[in-house]
Design a protein around this ligand. Structure first.
Ligand code: URA
Length: 431
């Protein structure tokens, strides 16, 4: 078997065998196959696709390229959640404490933000002192003790994905449904949970730009889960506009705390309740969505969900005082109000443009090694379908430097019209 034959086979749109896929993944991870040959194969896959069998084989070869987390020392049911990435997506920070308050365990490994999308690890690190690098033993003990822990990915988890993702990023081969499905599912399966819920984002700020593609991706990931004997369920949610009102690290943590205090924005709460309900029903704690949702709201109202966030922050060396009083979070130097120069309904609020503007303010990174500013970002004052008058405040920019080009970028993300548009927070569910 050799790489040239494998590349030509995919170039000519033939199906790759399990052995050929294993050969390329193992050879690449061992450093025996050079980047230029893998780049060429990735482009052939991007153009000609992989069928479901090939995608499953790719996922399992990637999964087997490194260590698989052993969560057997954690008692009870273990759940995991993943989002395909978006702007203002702080669902994990709300979902984790809620499920832990029901006794379902969350042993989660998260990622950092890159480009216009934020990352849960950066948001958590905006809590002074929060430590995302705890040892495996401490991680397992913490989940057993308090029910949840969120840490960075261990170095040896799916090394094939680390290599392939970096190469896809620079070879224009990221937006391929089989490559995204295998990348996400290899990592989720390696994380060792029993129940996996996936939030597949669709819209201007997401990888999937239309619902048909989001459904295809979701069905494929559910199928891979079934092959691995894991319960995987997807919801397809809007990312044409940001989720919630806050974009930027500590601003998003504050919004998550407000949500756990019962004062969260409706779209964020709806997505969180839908995902948590799926977990609680699968864990056999509730038999339907109505009873699960009612119980979730009770755990928010009686403070038991927020208590779990405080326990996690304390267990991971964080300072809990800003969780009790969000005014104690460090602040940006300026808060600039962006005013409307038009009147009418907001018909689109471009999540991608707002995510990029927030990154330019310092909340995100362009390159992996860039450092970020935890205190800057955008807080929306209006959302799609709100009516605005001239000079109404559209959003607040939390900035350390007033930058006219960023203010323009933000304003240009808003589109106005004479009537409301049809958008939904949750489009479909795929189980
Ligand atoms: N998220 C991932 O983990 N992998 C992809 O390929 C795309 C989004």
């Amino acid at each position: 078997m050799n790489m040239i034959d494998i590349i030509s086979k995919k170039r000519d749109n033939y199906k790759l065998s399990k052995e050929e896929i294993e050969f390329f993944i193992n050879g690449y991870v061992k450093g025996e196959i050079p980047d230029y040959q893998v780049s060429s194969l990735l482009m052939a896959i991007f153009l000609n696709g992989l069928d479901d069998d090939e995608t499953c084989n790719l996922t399992f070869s990637m999964l087997n390229s490194g260590e698989v987390m052993d969560l057997s020392k954690i008692s009870g049911i273990k759940a995991d959640k993943h989002s395909t990435g978006g702007v203002g997506d702080k669902v994990s920070l709300v979902l984790g404490p809620i499920i832990a308050s029901f006794g379902v365990k969350l042993a989660k490994m998260s990622g950092r933000g890159l480009g216009h999308t934020g990352g849960t690890l950066d948001k958590l690190e905006s809590i002074p002192g929060f430590n995302i690098n705890i040892s495996n033993t401490r991680f397992i003990n913490q989940v057993n003790d308090i029910g949840l822990a969120i840490i960075g990915q261990t170095q040896n988890l799916v090394p094939a994905d680390k290599l392939l993702y970096a190469l896809r990023d620079v070879t224009a081969t990221v937006d391929s449904i089989p490559l995204i499905a295998s990348s996400i599912m290899s990592k989720k399966l390696a994380s060792g949970a029993d129940i996996i819920v996936l939030d597949v984002k669709v819209g201007s700020g997401a990888f999937m730009k239309n619902i048909d593609d989001a459904v295809k991706l979701s069905k494929l990931m559910v199928k891979i889960g079934k092959k691995a004997n894991k319960y995987v369920s997807c919801i397809i949610t809007d990312m044409d506009e940001p989720l919630g009102l806050a974009i930027g690290n500590n601003l998003e943590v504050i919004e998550a705390i407000n949500t756990l205090n019962g004062n969260g924005p409706k779209d964020l709460l709806d997505v969180t309740i839908k995902l948590v309900s799926k977990i609680l029903i699968k864990a056999k704690l509730y038999s339907n969505e109505e009873s699960a949702s009612k119980a979730i709201l009770e755990h928010i109202n009686d403070g038991s969900a927020l208590k779990k966030l405080k326990e996690m922050v304390a267990a991971q060396d964080g300072d809990n005082s800003p969780i009790f009083n969000t005014e104690l979070f460090p602040k940006s130097k300026y808060i600039y109000e962006v005013k409307s120069k038009k009147k009418g309904y907001i018909t689109h609020m471009d999540a991608l443009k707002l995510g990029i503007a927030s990154m330019h303010m310092g909340a995100g990174r362009l390159k992996k090694e860039d450092s970020i500013n935890y205190n800057v970002g955008i807080v929306l004052n209006k959302k799609t379908n709100d009516y605005v008058n001239l000079n109404d405040t559209l959003c607040y920019l939390h900035m350390d430097k007033i930058d006219e080009s960023i203010i323009k970028e933000v304003y240009d993300a808003f589109t106005f019209g004479e009537s409301k548009v049809n958008i939904k927070t949750i489009y479909e569910e795929v189980d």
